[in-house]
Design a protein around this ligand. Structure first.
Ligand code: ATP
Length: 318
């Protein structure tokens, strides 16, 4: 292995830059050359590839987003697109590739590995929805962004005796909503992994109101329903609420120390795997250890969901 490539793909997440930096520096430390591939798989197909030196990744560890830009690319899902990508990799003499992204990006990385270019995946997504790792890069930062928003909304909710619905990201995974709900002291948390009973929820809110509780915080993951739809349903049951949709602020911002450290460890591990010619793997963190699993294992398993934490959130919100 003489030269490796690195790209970011799918939705961006805070800490991707720290991961890119780790990949570039670790590779150079071990005598490898590094090529930066811009705009994800689309950039790979188009040959949007430039060499990266150690100085090119200076002053980025603290920045959100990704200096390599990210993209979604339908063409790459097809054989023709993948063959063009392989041609570019060969033309640029890239022997291995680090792909920083989510589950979809891993599928692309697996396809390239099968076609002869060893790839390693690094989990970059705020959703914490990838099997084989306890945390993904960006989750901690997004969580802290949500908590900051909840605390602010709580101030105004208290001042005006209002109940607030806060819609957070999470189409299929409720980790962000669950952790934010627990850390933000929410009365109710609606997540895709658990069934919900709106009537029971309305009853609990009413009971709270009757015993003098004047405001509440309800967290809903976007995959369950929109904040607006929930507002309409609750109003039909006699509960008035205000809605706040946090949206893309959850994906931005300077990564937390935890995300920077995780990204540095995972980026470095990805390079180690390529140096060992051990492609077709996804890096993860399990019980505080940096690990790697075959892509296939990651696709077969469902991301772990912490039922105990969900139970606790209910017990503490009585
Ligand atoms: P997130 O969903 O967290 O934003 P992701 O990596 O899962 O991140 P996707 O949009 O699912 O995001 O995938 C990113 C890109 O990976 C796609 O645009 C496509 O180019 C490639 N990709 C996705 N699925 C496949 C697949 N089955 N085969 C080959 N390439 C794929």
């Amino acid at each position: 292995m003489k030269k490796i490539g690195v790209l970011t793909s799918g939705g961006d997440s805070p800490g991707m830059n720290a991961a890119i930096r780790a990949v570039v520096r670790k590779a150079i430390y071990h005598g490898l050359e590094v090529a930066g591939i811009f705009h994800g798989y689309q950039g790979l197909i188009d040959g949007n590839i430039k060499p990266l030196e150690r100085g090119d990744v200076g002053d980025i560890i603290q920045r959100g987003g990704t200096m390599l830009y990210s993209a979604r690319c339908l063409e790459f899902k097809e054989e023709a697109g993948q063959l063009k990508a392989i041609e570019q990799l060969r033309a640029h003499e890239i022997d291995g590739l680090v792909v920083i992204g989510g589950d979809g990006s891993y599928r692309g990385a697996k396809a390239l590995t099968k076609r002869g270019i060893p790839c390693v995946g690094v989990p970059g997504t705020i959703d914490n929805d990838i099997a084989g790792t306890d945390y993904t890069i960006g989750f901690d930062t997004a969580l802290n962004t949500v908590i900051e928003a909840i605390d602010k909304i709580r101030d105004t909710a208290t001042s005006h005796d209002r109940s607030f619905i806060i819609e957070v990201m999470g189409r299929d995974a409720g980790d962000l909503a669950l952790w934010a709900g627990l850390a933000g002291g929410a009365e109710t948390i609606l997540i895709p992994e658990e069934p919900h009973d709106l009537e029971d929820m309305a009853e609990r809110l009413k009971r709270g109101r009757d015993r003098g509780k004047k405001h509440s915080i309800i967290i809903v993951a976007e995959g369950v329903m929109s904040g607006q739809d929930l507002q309409v349903k609750l109003l039909e049951m006699g509960i008035e609420t205000r809605v706040s949709v946090l949206g893309h602020i959850q994906r931005g911002g300077s990564p937390t120390a935890r995300d920077r450290v995780l990204a540095s460890q995972m980026g470095a591990k990805a390079v180690e795997l390529l140096l060992q010619n051990n492609g077709g793997k996804a890096v993860g963190m399990r019980n505080h250890e940096i690990v790697a699993h075959d892509f296939e294992e990651v696709f077969e398993e469902s991301p772990e969901f912490d039922n105990e934490m969900y139970k606790l959130s209910k017990e503490l919100s009585i």
